[in-house]
Design a protein around this ligand. Structure first.
Ligand SMILES: [Zn+2]
Length: 122
């Protein structure tokens, strides 16, 4: 099982940082060149990492190291073994609702609201 990471929503600067991280393994359709042909590398995978949780941690670490804020790493609710990196605020557009307390993702606002109650009552 290979975990894919969708970076198509990132700016080119952010893609560059992630794609050039040592742990990133392969970029299908990646075109080496003058940097202008890199827009198709929307899906990346990681070396020796097949755990969604571990990969989330790696990406989070890259973000922390580079002082990048305002992005959320979410599991794709429609594609198994796929993670999407989304800009905070853009997510609801993609049908992903994130708990602001713990970062869990939900497919609907109702599910999130029900879940968020556990934070208020504990
Ligand atoms: Zn939560």
């Amino acid at each position: 099982m290979v975990v894919r990471v969708d970076i198509s929503y990132l700016t080119s600067d952010l893609r560059y940082i992630i794609v050039n991280n040592a742990k990133v393994k392969s970029i299908p359709n990646y075109v080496h060149g003058n940097g202008n042909n890199n827009n198709n590398n929307d899906i990346i995978t990681f070396i020796d990492e097949n755990s969604i949780q571990k990969i989330k941690q790696i990406i989070q670490h890259i973000f922390t190291e580079n002082h990048i804020q305002g992005y959320i790493i979410a599991e794709n609710t429609e594609e198994e073994n796929e993670i999407a990196i989304l800009k905070q605020g853009d997510m609801e557009q993609f049908g992903i609702y994130i708990c602001t307390h713990c970062g869990m993702s939900f497919e609907s606002e109702i599910q999130r609201t029900v879940h968020q109650r556990i934070h208020y009552f504990t």
